[in-house]
Design a protein around this ligand. Sequence first.
Ligand SMILES: Nc1ncnc2c1ncn2[C@@H]1O[C@H](COP(=O)(O)OP(=O)(O)OP(=O)(O)O)[C@@H](O)[C@H]1O
Length: 201
Amino acid sequence: MALVVRDLAFAHPGREPLFRAATLRVEAGTVVGLTGPSGVGKSTFAALLAGDLRPASGEIQVDGRPLPRRGFRPVQLIHQHPELAVNPRWRMRSVLDEAGRPSRETLDRIGIRPDWLERFPEELSGGELQRFCIARALQPGTRYLVVDELTAMFDALTQAGIWHTLLDLVRDRGLGLLAISHEPALLDRVCDDQISIERLR
Ligand SMILES: Nc1ncnc2c1ncn2[C@@H]1O[C@H](COP(=O)(O)OP(=O)(O)OP(=O)(O)O)[C@@H](O)[C@H]1O
């Protein structure tokens, strides 16, 4: 069981190709770090894996099957800025219900207090909001998570709390995780393996 990328090519419209034959494998149950300087294509690669962008050529397979083009996405992407990832006009209860609300037990494990469900996004801190984005990404059909600078915006304590929660849940569910980060110390702590995006280009 693995998330497999083979010979993937992609260019943003009118730009030089960012990837010509990118190849990567993330085994289920492992955490792989993706590093690299700013602007080389890490977020673009994440969007390709999640199905938000289509490769020009090459393939992405999830546990032996092609990444579905519609319907539920087994590779879920969590962005750096949670406030941009939720509808500001919806209470958090509706944000979660749209995807299928996780059980109270799961919400407790993620550290989401019951009264937060009645709040609007602007009434939560960034760290609290990121916990909702994690909850929303952990659907029953989720097999792999891609996190793009998951905690770069938060203080050390919030960062540690969110990573602890995420790794715990990922381990329990046997998910694979691709963690994009600029922080070598963080990746050293959480990853089984690391790869530089330069090797994918
Ligand atoms: N929608 C887009 N249309 C055209 N070019 C884009 C688009 N999105 C990103 N780019 C360009 O593609 C390149 C890669 O961007 P990307 O955001 O994937 O890099 P990154 O490695 O994630 O950077 P950072 O670490 O700063 O977030 C950049 O040169 C960027 O300007």
